[in-house]
Design a protein around this ligand. Structure first.
Ligand SMILES: Cc1cc2nc3c(=O)[nH]c(=O)nc-3n(C[C@H](O)[C@H](O)[C@H](O)COP(=O)(O)OP(=O)(O)OC[C@H]3O[C@@H](n4cnc5c(N)ncnc54)[C@H](O)[C@@H]3O)c2cc1C
Length: 395
């Protein structure tokens, strides 16, 4: 494996870094937007998305004909590294940019590509993912939302749940059952649904961190034009899996950890332990070093994944590995900050004694969700057990 960058790539890094230095708003640096309410954060990040898009940094690797730059895999990785270095978040509409967009490029008709792709990067159309149902999460193929043909339309009835950002979305990529009699993987179809269609009700759900980021979504006789079917009727499972493969790679919170570690280091040097800065305590230093080692291991695994991508190979088990390790490290980092804060970790952000506006307890309460979303870590451990370690299937 060659870790060195070409002079063009170094030049590209310089370009990104200079742009970020000139454009990153102070209130988004170092996770300060974690202090905002979920709706304020959404609006703030939407503005930041527009700035990134105007700079040409959203969907870097997308082909130019759909508004991207046709950047190489290495350039995308360099951009992500520089975002982490600058300690700023990326854009919004990730369900569109990292999941639906690439899926449509692979499976969409020419009309669908022309109709839907150009509005994703500028966030003119925001997308949400309608997969999970109250009775179908890990066992996604058991989903029950029904779609029945009626002339030029499908008529959809059913319920989805945990649909992130549905309350702000214009469109949903939705899995529905179109043949209830077929074996469960063979009767599913993939539809693109206008969220303003009559018959859709969105109800926000509040998570343990206090945010209402995801939603219940109800469909009652919702009419979806047949031209919005992606892939073949009843063969939507393959399309759904393509989206999931892109999602797992995108959900690795490796870059999030890279952003948090310098902040944890800073916190440890501001808090006291035994009359000295906690960052000078041997046990604390050991833990900080351990986190840095694990972050480095995740980074090199990420490079292995990139190498496969550069060689044009499909995503391998590294995607599952990256998602497990980075989300669990993210959780342990946040929990360790709580340990350092001791009793201060219990204060709410409006308390005059709260440290860093109680940002760390918000992060600790948020971090668990990463181990559940986009396929739980238990399910992904099963994938690694079966596909990499060749262990027998669990029953
Ligand atoms: C923050 C967040 C955002 C989300 N956003 C979306 C979204 O936008 N769109 C969407 O469609 N979904 C979304 N989800 C839903 C997510 O995909 C599901 O929560 C996830 O797939 C698990 O499904 P479930 O919640 O039904 O849990 P279940 O599948 O019921 O699992 C319950 C527990 O049993 C374990 N388990 C289940 N089966 C096995 C097995 N075979 N082996 C070992 N352990 C097992 C699981 O690991 C878990 O611990 C989101 C979830 C979160 C947390």
């Amino acid at each position: 494996m060659d870790f060195s960058y070409t002079s063009e790539e170094e030049q590209f890094r310089h370009e990104v870094r200079s742009w970020l230095e000139a454009n990153v708003p102070t209130d988004l640096r170092a996770g300060r937007d974690d202090d905002l309410s979920v709706d304020e954060r959404w609006e703030r990040r939407k503005d930041w998305h527009k700035t990134l898009h105007a700079g040409g940094w959203i969907g870097l690797w997308w082909p130019q004909e759909y508004g991207g730059r046709g950047a190489s895999v290495s350039e995308q990785a360099i951009f992500n590294e520089e975002l982490a270095r600058a300690q700023v978040p990326g854009g919004i509409n990730m369900s569109g940019v990292t999941m639906l967009g690439p899926t449509l490029m692979h499976w969409g008709t020419e009309e669908q590509k022309q109709r839907f792709l150009p509005t994703i990067l500028p966030a003119e159309d925001l997308w949400c993912q309608g997969y999970s149902e109250p009775g179908s999460g890990s066992d996604l193929a058991s989903l029950q939302t029904r779609a029945v043909e009626d002339g030029d339309h499908f008529v959809v009835n059913g319920q989805k749940v945990w649909t992130s950002w549905a309350q702000h979305s214009d469109w949903c990529f939705l899995l529905v059952r179109t043949d209830p009699d077929a074996p469960k993987h063979n009767g599913i179809s993939y539809l693109l649904v206008d969220m303003r269609s009559p018959g859709i009700t969105v109800r926000p759900l509040v998570q343990m961190n206090g945010d209402a980021e995801f939603n219940e979504v109800f469909f009652e006789d919702v009419r979806v034009p047949k031209e919005n079917l992606v892939g073949e009727k009843n063969r939507g499972w393959m399309v759904a899996i393509t989206t999931l493969m892109f999602e797992r790679v995108a959900t690795s919170s490796y870059y999030r950890v890279e952003t948090l570690l310098p902040q944890l280091h800073d916190l440890a040097h501001r808090l006291e332990r035994d009359g000295k800065p906690a960052g000078e305590n041997a046990a604390v230093r050991q833990q900080l070093a351990q986190f840095a080692i694990e972050a480095a291991a995740i980074k090199y695994n990420e490079l292995r994944r990139l190498t496969r991508q550069i060689k044009g190979q499909p995503p391998g088990p590294e995607g599952s590995f990256a998602k497990i390790t980075s989300t669990e490290l993210n959780l342990r980092v946040a929990n360790f900050a709580m340990e350092l804060l001791g009793p201060y970790s219990t204060l709410a952000k409006d308390s005059p004694f709260a440290i860093d506006q109680a940002r760390w307890s918000y992060r600790a309460l948020s971090a668990r969700s990463g181990t559940i979303a986009a396929g739980t870590n238990e399910i992904l451990r099963g994938v690694i057990g079966e596909r990499v370690l060749k262990l027998p299937k669990s029953r």
